[in-house]
Ligand binder design. Sequence first.
Ligand code: PMP
Length: 361
Amino acid sequence: MSKRLFNFCAGPAALPEAVLQTARDELTDWHGKGLSVMEMSHRSDEFVGIAEQAEQDLRELLNIPSDYKVLFLQGGASQQFAQIPLNLLGEDGRADYIDTGIWSRKAMEEASRYGHVNAAASGKEYDYFAIPGQNEWTLSADAAYVHYTPNETIGGVEFNWIPEVGDKPLVADVSSDILSRPLDVSRFGLLYAGAQKNIGPSGLTVVIVREDLLGKAHSKCPTMLDYSVAAKNGSMYNTPPTFAWYLSGLVFKWLKAQGGLDAMERINDAKQRKLYTAIDASELYSNPINVADRSWMNIPFRLADDRLDKPFLAGAEERGLLNLKGHRSVGGMRASIYNAVPEAAVDALVAYMAEFEKQHG
Ligand code: PMP
């Protein structure tokens, strides 16, 4: 029998074990139809049913208003970095971007190929350890939209507030915090997320877009990247990533069974509290992020002496605590504790950290 270990990977990340078991049980013969979801036509009644149910469950979880489209796309969040300006910027327009770390800067660089990017605020003067407050932002009067990254997966900063941008569409990269707690979708023009953290397997990208923002794509925008084409075709202009869509649907069902996003918020709050408390109480570990801006999902931490990194990681792996190595651009450690990472995983990590500190502190 296989033994599942605790996986702290930033993405592709842990999936709920119950979801994997359902997928296993249904793998070769989905609901007695004699074939796998992977082998179905995306136009079949069976798959269209799976797809529609997944959308409906996501709508319920996030309480998505009826004037928003939910699109199931490909290309990852990285493709959205181009797709957003191609759809929303018009010919040579301007957009405001908030720079809070590596992912927001990637979005800015790509958007600047299609129009004018105004860096309306930057966390640089805080070494990206804090999020600049809205009083420090200089938004442009003529911006087509305002883009920000609510959770910086690598840096470990997270907004615990939604920016106020008047009548400008607010666009957010929620790749690493979607579904971690309730979110007021009506405050946004567009939300997007690569699936491989809190939604499902990689290969799927979810876009939630207010209908009035459709139909404004640049004249040179590829058909495949035009949101209105995807919306008109139920995200099936071409063959969608059917298995990833199905598996994400199973995750949405699992989230509903857990009690929805209010329940996830309580669980995730308890998890992050335990880990930050352990880090802050120790002499060996530290997390540099401004307390109010600390991520619930991605918790980077350093050891006081980086020569201890290797033995720390080796000991973690021996205890079945996987993928704690920090991002290559940052070093140190990072624990990603998405929805599918149970509180028991955090308990095991905290216990190991204490044990390691006793030996090496
Ligand atoms: N934005 C954020 C916040 C991310 O965490 C990531 C992936 N780690 C990306 C964008 C890029 O996502 P993808 O690999 O799906 O293109």
